[in-house]
Design a protein around this ligand. Structure first.
Ligand code: PLP
Length: 380
């Protein structure tokens, strides 16, 4: 599904020397590499504050802690995402409110958000699923009207550009009040272990969060709030500094691979290729810079998706089903308030989706082999 080795070969010298430098200077924790990476990511994203932390799940949790959400506060998020999103909501004893997603772009459904709002709602967590930015214009409008926070889960969308109705362009993760991201190795900007970060343009919130990640300390040994220990290792920061200058090129390589996949699949009746609604400008584009293709996810219709998965496995082609079970049906997150008719789209998507190999090193020959194998199976 990913080819981290191939990518490493191309940046080996820089990565190796930066890692050795951390070891030689023994600045393992909060060393200069972490600070430099923070500054460089702030510049890249054009955001005032990046707060590095240990992983993307922590980043989400800390963002919610920083906003001061209280037990019982309702937080609306998508039913069709990785469990980390709902997990941290539940861990903080907030009330997760899962809602359905859009059948075309897989992101949180705007009308479903509106229906889920109650007097207890405090926040919305859009996930830029598979690398496509959610409809942030509409989400920010709803948030403004109901006085809600917006926390972007940007673990899959780093580097994506969002064009608003008014034509202004922003990076994913810099539109809501606060955002989280993950540097898990297979993410679009991945390190060689765990890592994550929180982004915000709010100075006060950034200050609060900087204390939370460091045991609630603002002055050494004075613990003003309950915090956590969540740090990005200096070695991981060194890897990320070597990779950040290539992020746009990496995302372009993903988009290029996505374009080739979609061209090969065009006209095949049983395959629906991923598409992105370019925000509120209602043009549908197959590949543009609001989608950084963390995953390339097809919908397979009128063909047994699981049989296709088995067939690809037999042919030595890796593939994945993200995600096979909707969150509202997971044991840990069931809630008597949920009704199946509120999750029509997610319940359908889990049967149809399949993600093909997607990374920066895919070549023409691989794409050709993969697409031909898929097409032969679904048209037989
Ligand atoms: C990967 C991911 C996370 C969690 O990131 P970790 O660094 O693995 O903790 C959270 N949300 C989404 C949508 C993700 O894809």
């Amino acid at each position: 599904m990913v080819d981290l080795k191939g990518q490493y070969e191309n940046i080996k010298e820089r990565v190796d020397s930066s890692i050795m430098n951390v070891i030689e200077t023994t600045a393992f924790i909060n060393g200069p590499e972490v600070h430099q990476f923070q500054k460089e990511l702030e510049d890249y994203l054009d955001v005032k504050h990046v707060i590095p932390c240990a992983n993307g799940t922590d980043a989400l949790q800390i963002a919610m802690m920083g906003l001061g959400l209280k037990p019982g506060d309702e937080v609306i998020t998508a039913d069709f995402t990785f469990a980390a999103t709902v997990e941290v909501i539940a861990l903080l004893q907030l009330t997760p409110v899962l809602v359905d997603v859009d059948p075309i772009n897989f992101n949180i459904d705007i009308e479903a958000i509106k229906r889920a709002i109650t007097p207890k709602t405090r926040a919305i967590v859009p996930v830029h699923l598979f690398g496509l930015v959610a409809n942030m214009d509409e989400i920010m409008e709803i948030a403004k009207e109901h006085d809600l926070y917006v926390i972007e889960d940007n673990a899959q969308g780093i580097g994506a550009n969002y064009t608003s109705k008014d034509g202004s362009k922003k990076k994913a993760g810099t539109i809501g009040h606060v955002a989280s991201t993950s540097f898990f190795p297979s993410k679009n900007l991945g390190c060689y272990g765990d890592g994550g970060a929180i982004f915000t343009n709010d100075d006060d919130l950034a200050h609060i969060i900087r204390g939370i990640v460091n045991h609630g300390m603002y002055v050494r040994y004075h613990h003003d709030v309950v915090g956590v220990n969540s740090r990005l290792d200096s070695i991981q920061a060194a890897v990320l500094r070597a990779k950040l200058p290539h992020l746009d090129e990496y995302n372009a390589a993903r988009r290029n691979a996505a374009r080739k996949y979609s061209e090969a699949f065009s006209g095949i009746e049983n395959i629906i290729t991923p598409t992105g609604f370019c925000n509120n400008i209602q043009t549908i584009c197959d590949v543009c810079d609001c989608h950084v293709f963390h995953q390339y996810t097809l919908k397979i219709v009128n063909v047994d998706r699981d049989a296709l998965v088995n067939h690809l496995n037999e042919k030595g082609i890796p593939c994945g089903v993200y995600y096979p079970i909707p969150l509202h049906l997971q044991k840990a997150y069931r809630d008597a308030r949920y009704k199946e008719e509120d999750f029509v789209v997610t319940n359908q998507l889990i049967k149809e989706v399949i993600s093909l190999p997607m990374h920066t090193e895919l070549d023409e020959e691989q794409i050709d082999f993969i697409t031909k194998t898929v097409i032969n199976f679904v048209t037989k």
